[in-house]
Design a protein around this ligand. Structure first.
Ligand SMILES: [Zn+2]
Ligand SMILES: [Zn+2]
Length: 308
């Protein structure tokens, strides 16, 4: 039955994936000192010898360009200069007494926040070497104005902070992968698409032939069996691996296709595989009983003629 391409793949679960990027954040010496000093419940700013500007968190270079700076300790109070609510917390600009710039931090505690209110530091019960050792700012109980004083016995700066950026993706299948996966799910059928110029049958199907750069044309049936082209025996463990090594990763050219797919080859004696497995051997797909519409609907491939 004819379906408009845009309707393919709509019933399929979007492909979910997560990318984690662990990295080391380097705050620099001055901000590293600011972070380390929070554990002692001290708020460290820098004061410029050239222009006398006081910046918090402490900076290595003043906004006037001078790098002749001294560390100073600020009091714990200041004025609320602005705030914005997020689903998780209220983010505020706080002008600590004696500072020439605002410190961006959270507000803690429920209050009818107004710009101009006096606020005071609220500390985490336990210091962990993070900016959240200063948990945020709360309404000041009584006004105490403290002038900046030279910092004594500065802590060793925190120079490196392990952190991780995690990105969650939901991939839309689009009409080409959508149809491929729909047909795999509902009919156990593999479809490629033919280039109108070179007549290659591309698997997975796509809009353009990546050799000719022309639009692909008609859909073409591809068998669920084909030829082993190459293989690797995986012994190493790595992040994101879906099965325990050792196993065989195979490049397979399915009958009717011009491009290869990569899949797992099972049912082979791993120790003997380097001798016994040869390019050109015939392999066939083993489908899962329950298909969801993905290349994972093929559990694995196995040799058509069992290994002798
Ligand atoms: Zn300056
Ligand atoms: Zn082509």
């Amino acid at each position: 039955m004819y379906q408009s391409p845009a309707t393919y793949g709509l019933d399929l679960e979007p492909l979910k994936s997560t990318i984690s990027l662990p990295y080391q954040l380097t705050p620099g010496r001055a901000t590293g000192t600011f972070l380390a000093e929070l554990a002692k419940r001290r708020i460290v700013a820098s004061r410029c010898r050239a222009c006398a500007r006081v910046e918090v968190p402490a900076q290595d270079v003043c906004s006037c360009g001078s790098d002749e700076l001294d560390h100073v300790e600020l009091g714990h109070q200041g004025e609320l200069r602005g705030f914005t609510r997020t689903p998780d917390f209220t983010l505020a600009r706080v002008r600590l007494d004696g500072a020439d710039c605002d410190l961006l931090h959270r507000l803690s505690g429920a209050a009818d926040w107004q710009v101009g209110m006096r606020v005071q530091a609220a500390w985490a019960a336990e210091a962990k070497g993070s900016v959240l050792d200063l948990a945020g700012f709360e309404l000041a109980t009584k006004t105490t104005i403290t002038k900046p004083t030279p910092l004594t016995e500065a802590a060793e700066p925190i120079l490196s902070i392990p952190t991780s950026l995690t990105l969650h993706f939901r991939h839309a299948h689009g009409p080409y992968y959508g149809r491929l996966f729909d047909e795999m799910k509902t009919a156990g059928r593999i479809l490629g698409i033919r280039c109108t110029k070179c007549h290659s049958v591309l698997l997975p199907p796509r809009e353009l032939c990546d050799v000719c750069y022309v639009k692909t044309g008609t859909w073409a049936d591809i068998a669920d069996h084909g030829v082993l082209q190459a293989f690797s025996i995986i012994h190493l463990k790595f992040v994101g691996q879906t099965r325990e090594p050792p196993y065989v990763y195979a490049e397979i050219m399915l009958d009717g296709a011009t491009t290869k797919i990569i899949h797992i080859l099972e049912g082979v004696d791993i120790a003997a595989a380097p001798r016994n497995l040869k390019p050109g051997m015939r392999v066939k797909a083993v489908w899962k009983a329950e298909r969801k519409g993905s290349l994972g609907d093929i559990s694995h491939f196995e040799l058509e003629a069992p290994q002798g």
